[in-house]
Ligand binder design. Structure first.
Ligand SMILES: NC(=O)c1ccc[n+]([C@@H]2O[C@H](COP(=O)([O-])OP(=O)(O)OC[C@H]3O[C@@H](n4cnc5c(N)ncnc54)[C@H](OP(=O)(O)O)[C@@H]3O)[C@@H](O)[C@H]2O)c1
Length: 371
């Protein structure tokens, strides 16, 4: 049987190139790296070819906004990993994948438009026998999976709160920042309480160890959490929270004051703002760390139990790549059937966590029981 051939759209990006490297290390696959600028994907492909001589690794120029180009690029692939900030082109990418009869995975920000587009194609995805996995990566991607991991460790899990914080000095491209900002505007501060999803009344503090200390965090609804209260009948409270992102002197005194004066109506001005903010990220002070944790409260053997599981790594891009690859390894071993899935629903949580640890993500678990 020939090796699976995976095409990575955005193969020259911060995350895409790490996914490529990890995939070559962890799976017997061939790769095509795709992006609009051929020289960039070509340079990454050349570097990878030197380290992985026995694999087919190529580069191709393709724009996610060009349906015919996507169809041509996907014709010789078995699977597409969408690692590009191209949510606006989800329909083209998904249609081209369906036409080629290949699988699909994205780790883009959570997006109502993206999810709606993919759901509108669900019947065709199933009829074609394809496996489409969306909402991959860390945020979205891990929160619901972490709650599922904790649940069987309790006789009765009553509350599960997931919190995330990160600080990096490696900036996403201005386009990726614009996409993030656009999606961020759609986020709703909803948590599940008293039998319903409701607006969070206040910020909640989480302990991010000595690295970040205790930080107030803001609630943020993710679609992947929706099914948890039905699935885990004892769950009375569930939520996902984000800690304030880092700031630095450049952002505070230069970038933000200037960008607040730049009109946001035109794309050109939005790009200018994003370029300034993207540039400002390099002034972020250490520690460079991404931490995601779940805190569970409930009962075990008649005792009240608090359990906390923390995942951390110096690079948020690495954890996004590692989570994506850990999910793809389950797809490649045929453990994820055809259909449309969220990463958090598709994966086996025990295997996912053990793979993340094996790939270098620090995993710590602590339990406190009281009578
Ligand atoms: N779920 C999570 O936990 C998580 C975490 C981090 C990032 N993300 C998301 O992951 C995506 C990638 O982030 P990143 O920081 O790695 O991005 P990045 O470094 O900015 O790279 C973006 C990549 O996409 C390519 N690209 C952009 N527009 C394209 C188009 N129209 N057609 C084809 N390729 C295109 C770029 O190459 P060219 O410019 O040459 O085309 C580049 O290779 C973003 O959507 C980001 O928000 C998610």
């Amino acid at each position: 049987m020939s090796r699976p051939h995976i095409i990575i759209l955005g193969g020259s990006g911060n995350t895409g190139r790490m996914i490529a490297e990890l995939l070559l290390q962890q799976a017997d696959v061939d790769l095509t790296l795709a992006g609009r600028r051929l020289a960039k994907v070509q340079a990454v492909a050349d570097e990878l070819r030197q380290k992985h001589e026995n694999r087919q690794i190529s580069a191709i120029q393709v724009d996610a906004g060009d349906l015919a180009g996507l169809e041509k690029a996907f014709a010789r692939a078995d699977f597409v990993v969408v690692s590009s900030s191209t949510i606006e082109h989800t329909r083209f990418v998904a249609e081209a994948a369906l036409k080629a009869g290949i699988g699909y995975f994205d780790h883009q920000p959570t997006s109502r438009d993206k999810i709606a587009t993919l759901k509108s194609l669900k019947t065709r995805i199933i009829e074609a026998g394809c496996c489409f996995i969306t909402e991959g990566g860390v945020i979205p991607g891990l929160p619901a999976m972490l709650v599922r991991y904790l649940a069987p460790r309790f006789d009765r899990l009553e509350s599960a709160q997931v919190a995330f914080v990160m600080q990096d000095d490696k900036a996403p491209s201005p386009e990726t920042l614009i996409e993030l900002k656009t999606q961020w505007k759609q986020y709703q501060p909803l948590v599940f309480k008293q039998g319903t999803w409701q607006l969070a009344e206040q910020m909640v503090e989480f302990d991010f160890t000595e690295s970040f200390g205790t930080k107030p965090c803001m609630a943020c609804y993710l679609d992947e959490l929706e099914s948890l209260p039905k699935e885990i009948a004892s769950l009375r409270e569930v939520g996902f929270y984000i800690g304030a992102l880092a700031s630095n002197w450049f952002m505070r005194w230069v970038a933000r004051p200037i960008t607040s004066l730049i009109p946001t109506r035109s794309l050109g001005f939005r790009r200018l703002s994003a370029r300034l903010l993207s540039w400002g990220i390099r002034f972020n002070p250490p520690p460079y760390l991404m931490m995601i944790m779940v805190e569970g409260r409930g009962w075990c053997n008649g005792e009240s139990v608090f359990m906390r599981l923390r995942l951390s790594h110096p690079s948020s891009y690495f954890v996004t790549a590692a989570s994506s690859v850990a999910c793809l390894l389950q797809y490649l071993s045929q453990d994820i059937p055809p259909g449309l899935w969220y990463q958090a629903d598709a994966v086996d949580d025990e295997r996912m966590l053990s793979d993340l640890q094996r790939l270098g993500v620090k995993v710590e678990i602590e339990t406190v029981a009281s009578h």
